[in-house]
Each structure stands twice: as structure tokens, then as C-alpha cells.
Write a protein that binds this ligand. Structure first.
Ligand SMILES: [Zn+2]
Length: 286
């Protein structure tokens, strides 16, 4: 029951309703809990000349140094922003020299820290329209996860198309749209150097459909067709060296110097395709 109380302040009559019983508090926000290794900070790991993994043990954040400043690809979980900034400094990248931020896809385990990184550095965020829509809402309304994986919203500064390039200094990266894991999923390819040799580096998004409804999904009717086209695209990428947002997907173990299990783009896509076909068959049988 509400009780109305009024008082006179100058010539203005102020009234407020005081509730006899306190209202029920808002519900707690569901925490997005992830494996510990996704939150385990690591020292910068050099991947190639001027390319470092600066994220966590099991989430990739790549830093590319160029003559004109640096580029970050993916930012991991929201909690990792300070760690990424510290790792940038550790390899000689001052915050204000980060110029571009690129992404694989707009889920909270890869885009979670980007609002904070953008604010701390002034770097400009690059993504396609689908990913921009997801990130500006902080991951809300995701086709498969709904509002379960929210993170600080972040606005894209430059929207790109399939095949468009982003350049800085002596590095040019090409965007490849590979929809499936999200409608805006992307791969980035560029030419790097390692041991004085040229190297085609591919950073390719997740090709998984964890718990996704593949058959008659009203939010994503063409998901299987998109995945099918994506597998073909990934198999054809220039790919001497493959990296993925979840390093294990491409056989990387950032804590193991031998890296003996690494795979290339064709094998990565083939394995993902086999898994998706089995998942689809199981759903069709239900
Ligand atoms: Zn994801």
C-alpha cells in the first residue's frame, strides 16, 4: 500500500509515494561462467615477427605491431582488459598507439573487453554489420544464447564488407565473412614474416554450433547453408599458419612450446564439417 507524503519547498509542492512494504529487489544477473583457462593471464607469446598472443591460456587476443602503430584482434572476456593493456606495454605498445581493433565474432568471450580497450586506447573498432549489431547491444538477443552472455556494449567505428581490407603501416589484413557460429563471423588473413620468410597467416573464427538448433531454426533458417559455404571458404584461405579464437580448435596450446598438434585451414574446416554433419543428423533423427 502506498502512502503519499507532500512538503512545500519554496512555491513548489513536492509529493512522494512511500511504499509501506519495500518492493521486491531486481533479480540478480546470471553470471557467465567459463573455464578457468579462459581467464588465466599469460605472458606475451610471440607467434611470428611482430605478432603476439597477449590474451589468456585458452582465449586468443592477437597483437600486430606495424610501423604506424598496432592492431588488436579480439579482446577475450570483459575481465581481461587490464591484462591486455599490460601485455601491450610489455611488448612496447603504448595505449595511444593501438589504432585498430578487429574481431572474430561478437560473443562475450571475444568481444567482452573491447569497450574498455577502446576507451583506454582510442583505437577504432572494425567489424561487419551483423557483428556491429550484436556488439552495440553487448551481446543481447543472440540467436542461440539469448541474453545469457552479456558484456559492456561497444560501438563499431568502421563497418566493413566481405573482402574489404584494413591497412596500417606495412600490414594489410583482408576480411573474409564466414557466417555460421554467428551470422557475422569473420576470418582475417594477412602476410607476415617468420624466420626471414614470408608467411600467410589466417585467424579464422570458430566453426562450432554449440547446442545450436540446426533444423528449422526460425532465427537462422539458412544456418546449415551458411556453414556449408563457410567450410568451403575456410578450406581455400591462404594459410601457412592458422590461429583460432579458441586455440585448441587449431591445435594450439599456448602453454606448450612444442605446439605439435597444430592444423591448417583445410583440416580445421574438414573436422568442423564432420562434427556439424553428425550434429545435424542427430537433430534430424529426433
Ligand atoms: Zn562464440
Amino acid at each position: 500500500m502506498a502512502v503519499i507524503r507532500c512538503s512545500v519547498l519554496g512555491v513548489v509542492l513536492l509529493c512522494s509515494a512511500a511504499l509501506a512494504d519495500p518492493p521486491t529487489p531486481f533479480p540478480q544477473q546470471e553470471a557467465y561462467t567459463v573455464p578457468q583457462a579462459w581467464l588465466q593471464p599469460m605472458a606475451p607469446l610471440q607467434i611470428a615477427d611482430n605478432v603476439w598472443q597477449i590474451g589468456t591460456d585458452e582465449l586468443t587476443s592477437l597483437l600486430l605491431k606495424t610501423r604506424e602503430g598496432a592492431i588488436l584482434i579480439d579482446g577475450g572476456m570483459p575481465q581481461s582488459a587490464e591484462h591486455l593493456l599490460a601485455n601491450m606495454k610489455a611488448v612496447g605498445v603504448a595505449p595511444q598507439t593501438l589504432k585498430w581493433i578487429l574481431v572474430s565474432h561478437g560473443h562475450g568471450d571475444h568481444a567482452g573487453s573491447l569497450a574498455a580497450i577502446k576507451q583506454a586506447t582510442g583505437a577504432r573498432l572494425v567489424a561487419n554489420a551483423e557483428t556491429a549489431m550484436l556488439m552495440v547491444d553487448g551481446g543481447a538477443h543472440d540467436i542461440h544464447f539469448g541474453d545469457d552472455i552479456l558484456y559492456p556494449p561497444v560501438r563499431v567505428d568502421r563497418q566493413i564488407q566481405d573482402g574489404e581490407q584494413v591497412s596500417l603501416g606495412n600490414v594489410t589484413l583482408t576480411a573474409h565473412f564466414i557466417p555460421g557460429h554467428t551470422p557475422g563471423s569473420m576470418a582475417w588473413t594477412w602476410q607476415g614474416m617468420r624466420d626471414a620468410e614470408k608467411l600467410d597467416i589466417a585467424y579464422v573464427d570458430s566453426l562450432t554450433a554449440p547446442g545450436y538448433q540446426l533444423v528449422d531454426n526460425p532465427r537462422y533458417p539458412h544456418i546449415v547453408a551458411d556453414f556449408t559455404a563457410t567450410f568451403k571458404t575456410v578450406k581455400a584461405l591462404p594459410c601457412d599458419l592458422l590461429l583460432t579464437p579458441h586455440p585448441g580448435a587449431s591445435g594450439w596450446d599456448y602453454t606448450d612450446a612444442t605446439q605439435s598438434a597444430r592444423v591448417g585451414c583445410a583440416d580445421y574446416a574438414q573436422k568442423a564439417e564432420t562434427t556439424l554433419r553428425a550434429q545435424l543428423k542427430a537433430q534430424q533423427a529426433d
